[in-house]
Design a protein around this ligand. Structure first.
Ligand code: TYC
Length: 102
């Protein structure tokens, strides 16, 4: 940002030099067929959850229909969704994963 105090020694503008990126929630959806263990493995491997946190999130999704895996910038969220959908497709499970703006 042209004209902050660091650059000019004059505090005329308070606008930060950088914009915060928009964040996106990555959501897992429940279904009747994907094994619980597969969902836990996805949460551990792709979302870097502990096995305990992964089990808690999986059970939340199982009981409530939807649950949050994490909050990421657009590109990271997009990559995680693609990784989940690819793992599910390869294992022939109907697991669905989506993202939404925070
Ligand atoms: N409902 C599934 C079962 O009973 C388990 C499950 C949990 C599936 C979370 C998807 O995102 C999901 N085997």
């Amino acid at each position: 940002d042209a004209g902050n105090e660091e650059e000019h020694g004059l505090a005329l503008k308070t606008r930060p030099a950088t914009k915060k990126p928009s964040l996106y929630r990555v959501l897992l959806l429940n279904d009747d067929y994907t094994p619980m263990e597969f969902v836990v493995e996805v949460l551990v491997r792709i979302f870097r959850k502990s096995p305990e946190d992964a089990a808690t999130i999986m059970l939340h999704v199982h009981q409530n229909g939807v649950g949050m895996c994490g909050v990421y910038t657009y590109e990271v969220a997009e990559t995680k969704v693609a990784q989940v959908m690819d793992a599910a497709r390869r294992a022939q499970h109907p697991l669905q994963c989506t993202m939404e703006k925070e």
